[in-house]
Each structure stands twice: as C-alpha cells, then as structure tokens.
Design a protein around this ligand. Structure first.
Ligand SMILES: Nc1ncnc2c1ncn2[C@@H]1O[C@@H]2COP(=O)(O)O[C@H]2[C@H]1O
Length: 557
C-alpha cells in the first residue's frame, strides 16, 4: 500500500471518528475498515467481471461460490436459512417490488456466504468449515482470508505469486481510487430525515456506518452490485411512466431530502423515472430486518416506524406475516417503543423522510424492520438506480470538492478531515441564464464556487448604470477570499473582495453575480457549489480571524 493511500485512509477514519464520536471506538474502527474493504472488493469484483467477460474467462474467477448449507457465517453470527430461495439468476431491474404479496423482497435471498468479518466471533464448534467443494474457486488463497475472496489492492496475498492477475487499479476521472466507501460521509445529523429514537439505541455510534453484525440476526448475504464508477458499462435504468401529478408529488416529497440534494438535472430525471409508487396499509411490513436490500423508500405521506431486534431471528421468520400469530397481535406493544416481534423502536419516518438506504449502500442485510403504522404513500427506488445514481453522485461530489478544496491556498492549514467536512457541506445549485446567484445590496449568507458554466459580475455605478466587472468560470470562487483570483482577473477584485467581506461581516453584497446568457445553449448552465453561512462559520471558523485579517491587510478594510 502506498503511503498516500495509507495516509488517506487514516485521515478518512479520523474524520469519521470525529464526526460519529463513537462510544466504542475500537468497534467503530473495525466496522469502518470492514466497510471500506467490502466496498473495494465489490469494485474489484466488478472490474474483474468486466475483464473476464472481455476475455471470455470462467465466472469462477470473479464470482464467489456459495458455501451452501454450511451455516458458517461468522460475519453475521446468526443461523443460516436452510430453505432460503436460491439466487439462480439476477432479477431484472424493472421487476416491481409490489407485484407479489408477502414479506420478502422480490429478489431472492442469496445463498452466497456473507463477507467474512475479521472482527467477528469464530464459528460455532459444532459447525465444520465448508467442504472444499463448496468453497470459492480461490479456496486456497483468499477464500479463507478474513478479507474475502478477491486479490485486491491492500490484500496481503498481493505479496505472493498465486498466478493471479495483477489487481485492477480503479480510477475515476483519471484519479486513482483508494480503498474507500463512497458514503462514509455521514454528517452529524441523520441525512435521511427519519427521526431517530433517543431510547438506548441498539448500535453505538452513528448508524450510517455499517451496522454491527449484532443486529443482523439472520444469516443472509448480498452479492452487491458495484457502483458504476466510469459509466461505460451502465445498464439501462428502469423507466416507469408517470403522470404530471405523480411527478409533482415526488418532487415535493424529495425536495428537502438531503440524499437528493446533489443530483444534477439528468440524475434527478433518472431517479424520477425509476421511482415507483407504493401504498401501504396499516401494519404492513415494508422492510424486514435481515432481508436482502432491494428498494430505497421516500415517504410522501403517512407514518412508519423502524424496529431493531437484537437476538437471533427464527429461521422461519421471513415467512411469518406480522399478523400470523394471534398471540403476537394481541400483545403487540408490551412496552412503549417495543414490538414483541420486531424489537426496539429506533426511528419514525414521516412525510419527506426516507429509509432503506443502509442495505443498498453497504450490501448488508436490512438493519431494521420498517412497519407501516398508518396507511402510507411511498416512492420506491430500486437498488440499481440507487447505487448507480445516488451513490455515484455522492462519491463524485466528494472527490471533486476535495480536489478543489486542496487547491485553495487559504485552506492549506486545514486538516484533510476538515476539508472533507467542507466538501460534504457544499451544495450544488443550477441557475438559468440571467438568474442572479447573489445580488448587490443583499446580505451575504453564502459562499460559492463555479462548478460548471459561466457567471458574470456586475455592479451599479453612481448613476445606477449596470457595469460588467468580470466573468467567472469553472474553478472560480466568490463569497470567498482567494487572492490568486484577484491576480488573474483584476477586475473582479471589487465583487470578490466585497462578497467575501460581506460573508465575514454580514455586510450587503457589493456586486451581483449571475448566470451568463449563453450564446450556445449546448454549453452547460451555471452550476455553483454553495456553503451556507452557518456551515461557513462552523467549518471555516478557525480560519475566520486569519481571513478577516488578510482581508483587512489586502484591501484596507
Ligand atoms: N437506528 C437504526 N439503525 C438501522 N437502521 C435504521 C435505524 N433507524 C432507521 N433505520 C432505517 O431502517 C432501514 C432498514 O433497512 P436498511 O438497513 O436498508 O436501512 C435502514 C434505515 O433506513
């Protein structure tokens, strides 16, 4: 592993620990590394898959062979599902989750062995390890490694010659991809909007990190699709026709949801196309803990509750409907916040909230049961679209912003972890031609940089005439103090300087910055990344004094 990869891992871990402030730091680190490893292995599998397909290689080279019936599942810790449906062929992406009644998802439970956690309990004594015929084709090498079945960068096997291919190098936009999870970006608040219960939550730390194996009470595994990092091999995403009213309702449901915030127009269209309407009745189980993740949901109306059961689930659990047992139905709520079958209540989901992201993000079984408390209307997004569009957008956003922030001299004194926090807090906005991003005279409450397209800076002179004082293009910034820009575009000194000062001192903007009227409509619209004032103060707080002093020295204010 190169030093830079190591440093980048350590700095990412440090950032996430600072954010999550876990009670059990060691467990948090263990989960964190496991999650990274699994994500990278998934990427490896996908790349090997593509390579193998190109050279017509046997699928044994890249597909984990199921360890059927062994029950050897140290990563998950629960009993196996002896009669679980087999995964004979992948379900088409357009299969509706709502066509078949019953608790299980439309995709069958895989019988593949789950990723073996290096941090898990050893297998029970009375259960032998899988026989050699049941193991992966890589059985003499990585399949017994706690780190999985592929020879990926970071795997100790790389130091030995196993006659295997050189591990692939992953690149996005020409940049090497370190072993990383695309969404370890959990902010201190729950971005998915559901209200977490404060009553002794079962998992320590931040649930957005891969849930601990303790809550996966039934053995399931997921052969996760990888994130399509280069888009070259993208499968067509599902498209479900919608009425204008449905489109309006989806947009209203997702408008304040963090997860959709960074999508560009094309990505948003992809998401809107792929969403399917689902209505639930009272007491319907929408997600069952331990199942394979198939859909992500946004709540348009109604109320749902999330429950976590920490002790092992009975093997027949998935076939039991919540109302199947009259006893359970009678004693439904033995104690407040506790369901006799589904366990402890951990969250509520209402209008505009979303749920079901964890299993899709991490390829783990469902971490909780989600029960409809009132008849509800949901919008469901399939796993492939979720991973292809939403995770990719989040990953690209972070990578792009981190790269940008690393080029800003003023931020040079910030730690990598601090820059990552800023990257995560930036929000993209698109402006139509002529639309103002900031207006002269308004109070400054945001800080921006140009992601795409061009902006024009104008200023009213003493006679009220609008004068163009400069143009901004990709990589230029306003609302911030970036001296090199002033050198490059002297005319921009006034608006840049003023915009920055207005943010620091909450003075009115001294110039207007708007989207240019494009001569060529095929050119991109103006897209900016914004940092709002509270985030600016919170994240750049340590720099505030320096910035104010520098602004004063440089511009005499
Ligand atoms: N405390 C929690 N732990 C795990 N999942 C939770 C919690 N609160 C709400 N949930 C949601 O419940 C969902 C169950 O399915 P997922 O694991 O895919 O994603 C989970 C989250 O969206």
């Amino acid at each position: 592993m190169s030093t830079s990869t190591f440093e980048s891992l350590v700095s990412d871990l440090t950032r996430d620990v600072q954010r999550a402030q876990p009670k059990d730091a060691l467990q948090f680190c263990a989960n964190w590394f496991q999650s990274r490893l699994e994500e990278q292995r998934t990427l490896s599998r996908d790349t090997l898959h593509r390579h193998a397909r190109d050279i017509h290689a046997s699928s044994d080279l890249y597909v984990d062979v199921p360890m059927t019936g062994s029950g050897y599942s140290p990563g998950i810790g629960g009993p196996s599902v002896p009669n679980g449906p087999s995964r004979s062929s992948p379900a088409p992406a357009t299969i509706s989750p709502f066509s078949t009644p019953g608790p299980g998802p439309s995709l069958g439970l895989g019988q593949h062995a789950p990723p073996i956690s290096p941090f898990a309990q050893p297998p029970p004594q009375n259960q032998p390890p899988p026989s050699s015929s049941q193991r992966s084709s890589l059985r003499n090498s990585a399949s017994y490694s706690p780190f999985g079945t592929l020879n990926v960068a970071g795997n100790a096997l790389l130091s030995e010659d196993h006659g295997m291919q050189t591990p692939p190098v992953f690149r996005i936009d020409g940049k090497d991809l370190p072993p990383t999870s695309p969404l370890t970006t959990s902010p201190p608040v729950n971005p998915f909007g559901y209200e977490q219960q404060q009553l002794s939550p079962p998992a320590p730390g931040d649930y957005l990190h891969p849930p601990t194996s303790a809550i996966f009470a039934r053995r399931t595994s997921v052969s996760a699709e990888s994130i399509l990092v280069d888009g070259l091999d993208a499968k067509p995403l599902p498209v479900y026709q919608k009425s204008p009213d449905q489109l309006r309702r989806i947009k209203a449901s997702i408008q304040n949801n963090f997860i959709f915030r960074d999508l560009d127009e094309e990505q948003e269209t992809g998401v809107l196309n792929a969403m399917q309407e689902k209505t639930t009745v009272k007491d319907e189980v929408v997600i069952r803990q331990g199942d394979v993740g198939d859909y992500f949901y946004v709540v348009e109306s109604g109320l749902l509750e999330c429950y976590i059961r920490s002790n092992p689930l009975p093997p027949t659990w998935s076939s039991a409907s919540p109302s199947a047992s009259p006893k359970l139905a009678e004693n439904k709520f033995l104690a407040p916040g506790h369901h006799p079958e589904f366990g402890k209540k951990v969250a509520e989901c209402r209008e505009g909230n979303s749920f079901g992201e964890l299993a899709l993000m991490y390829g783990h079984p469902r971490a909780a049961t989600v029960l409809s408390i009132e008849p509800s209307t949901l919008w469901a997004l399939d796993r492939t679209t979720f991973r292809t569009i939403i995770l990719q957008a989040a990953y690209r956003k972070r990578t792009m912003y981190e790269h940008f922030l690393s080029t800003v001299p003023l931020l040079g004194s910030l730690e990598a972890a601090e820059k990552s926090k800023i990257a995560d807090a930036l929000v993209s906005r698109i402006y139509v031609d002529g639309e103002a991003v900031v207006k002269q005279g308004e109070m400054g409450d945001n800080f921006f940089f140009v992601e795409e397209g061009e902006a024009v800076c104008t200023k009213r002179d003493g006679q009220g005439q609008e004068i163009t004082v400069g143009r901004l293009k990709k990589g230029d910034y306003f609302g911030g103090l970036y001296p090199h820009l002033f050198v490059r575009a002297l005319l921009l000194i006034i608006p840049f300087h003023s915009a920055e000062l207005s943010l620091l001192r909450m003075e009115p903007r001294a110039a207007t910055v708007s989207a240019v009227n494009r001569a060529d409509p095929s050119q991109p619209k103006l897209k900016v990344a914004a940092l709002d004032a509270p985030a600016f103060t919170r994240l750049l707080g340590p720099l505030r004094e320096i910035m104010e002093r520098k602004a004063g020295e440089r511009y005499g204010r």
